[in-house]
Design a binder for this molecule. Structure first.
Ligand code: ATP
Ligand code: MG
Length: 356
């Protein structure tokens, strides 16, 4: 299989962990006989330095021309004083819009070998394997009007929660499609007892569920979902929800299993290339020191193999290698317990490659 991967390392540890992910993809290419080509482009602070723009037109073009995008992280103290459209993070928001990435997938997996580093009990962590599907381009974060105004001597702030049928349909479908290749259970999270958008959301979820008779649908109010995620995370398979609820629930869920350095994500459009990136940021405090945990980025590459290229066997090989490396006690500082040897980014990456 021949695939073109656009690589956007970005800033800080983004450069280091993306390098690790690229090396792992190259290894998979060699083992399974795929031809992966890598096309590098600039985003974030490094793009501001070179092009005076956090998302230059050349980067957009490169992303649209490729089959998938691999991203590191953006931002850092060097660009903190910049504002508005010149902030590095703007590059990320804009590329999501440009590629119409409406579905954000965040898997949460409990690694037995790391269960001691979580704040939850071991029996709660073991066996967590859930996927949060978050709507990413609509809802409260984009609705108009959004403004401040003076009214009767009072300052009023307004945000608008708005969703169209087509926006809801496509994200709910994504949830069902994923559930079909997982444990066939979708939990649709809303606040239908209070919000009109949630009532429409619930209606549409019911309608779409008739197209997927092999998948069970249940509805859960967001406040209850927040509680159940802590009480019994193993209960969940696929959670599908709107932008705001998904933002909060996915950060909550990410803390179930330990480190930010372990969590991958994928953002998808209807047809064009998807974007695969670790959940963590550019971590300026450890950048350039060969200390970053590369497993979130490597795991994001695994999601790319599976979801962008349909290479499930190859993705599974990467996931298994990660698991084995952890089982053998290889850890970066963020996941090492007291007294455990700390390995570098390069050492962990090499170990994953050898294991493959
Ligand atoms: P952003 O605004 O981009 O999300 P942030 O400062 O909120 O950035 P991170 O950059 O993700 O968050 O860093 C938060 C903390 O987690 C930092 O102390 C950082 O060193 C640590 N961290 C994040 N990612 C990793 C990683 N891959 N390996 C080790 N430590 C990490
Ligand atoms: Mg952050």
């Amino acid at each position: 299989m021949k695939k073109n991967i656009t690589v956007l390392p970005g800033d800080g540890i983004g450069l280091e962990v993306v390098q690790s992910a690229v090396e792992v993809l190259e290894t998979i290419g060699t083992i399974y006989g795929h031809d992966f080509a890598f096309d590098y482009a600039d985003i974030g602070g490094s793009a501001i330095d070179k092009h005076n723009d956090p998302l230059p037109a050349s980067t957009i073009k490169a992303c649209k021309a490729g089959d998938a995008v691999l991203l590191g992280a953006v931002g850092g103290p060097k660009w903190d004083q910049l504002s508005g459209d010149m902030r590095p993070e703007k590059g990320l928001l804009r590329i999501r819009k440009e590629l119409d990435l409406f579905a954000n997938l965040r898997p949460v997996i409990g690694f037995d070998s790391l269960s001691d580093s979580s704040t939850l009990r071991k029996e709660v962590i073991t066996g967590i394997d859930l996927m949060i599907v978050r709507e990413l381009t609509g809802g409260l974060y984009f609705g108009e009007p959004r403004e401040r105004r003076e009214e009767n001597g009072e300052t009023i702030a307004v945000d608008t929660l708005i969703y169209s049928r087509s926006e809801i349909e496509r994200i709910i479908r994504k949830g069902f499609e994923l559930a079909q290749v997982r444990s066939r259970r979708v939990t649709s999270v809303d606040k239908a007892n209070v919000l009109e958008t949630s009532r429409l959301w619930r209606e549409i979820a019911e309608e779409i569920s008739t197209e997927y008779p092999d998948v069970a649908l249940e509805h859960m109010l967001v406040d209850n979902a927040a509680m159940q995620l802590i009480r019994d995370p193993q209960y969940f398979d696929v959670i599908v929800t709107e932008n705001l609820f998904g933002d909060i629930l996915s950060d909550e869920a990410s803390m179930l299993t330990g480190s930010l350095g372990m969590l991958p994500s994928a953002s998808m459009s209807a047809e064009g290339p998807g974007l695969y990136e670790p959940v963590h940021g550019s971590a300026p405090d450890i950048a350039g020191q060969d200390k970053a945990n590369p497993l979130a980025a490597i795991s994001s590459a695994s999601m790319m193999l599976k979801y962008a290229f349909g290479l499930s066997e190859e993705a599974l090989a990467v996931d298994k290698a990660i698991d084995q490396v952890l089982n053998e006690g290889f850890r970066t500082g963020d996941i090492a317990r007291e007294g455990e040897a700390v390995k570098t980014t390069s050492e962990i990456t090499q170990k994953v490659i050898e294991t493959l």
